[in-house]
Design a protein around this ligand. Sequence first.
Ligand code: 4NP
Length: 150
Amino acid sequence: MRSILFVCLGNICRSPIADGIANSLAREHNLELFIDSAALGPWHAGNPPCENSIKVARKYGVDISGLRARELTAEDRSFDYVIAMDENNLKELKERGFENVIKLGGYAGFENACVPDPYYFNGFAGFEKVWEMIDLCVRDMFRKEGFYDL
Ligand code: 4NP
């Protein structure tokens, strides 16, 4: 079974959204994928996604309220795909010995753009924007990586 790990700084805003979208796509299409997400920092370990991430996911029919943040471990190097949200995540992952790390913004024509951190945006609108970008990228990733044909 192929495995995918989405990584961001806190694992409460961006990566849980990616996790939720990927899981819902996998369920919808009956795909055998193991999907998880993790944080580079320790601050929010054990916490649910932030309120606005839960809210935007619910708006699009995805329930991420049961997810809990966890910190990245060395064992996470065994994931087939490790997907960073921004350049800082990518750099940090490489410094921690993760190889073959890619940015989610490499998909769906975003020219390797960073998924901005909505934690620092004003209010819900930032989460809507981030949801839209992550949704397009995850869907494109599933198609380009051939997950529908496994
Ligand atoms: P995320 O956003 O990386 O998308 O989960 C963040 C949430 C919290 C913090 C940083 C980023 N923080 O420093 O607490």
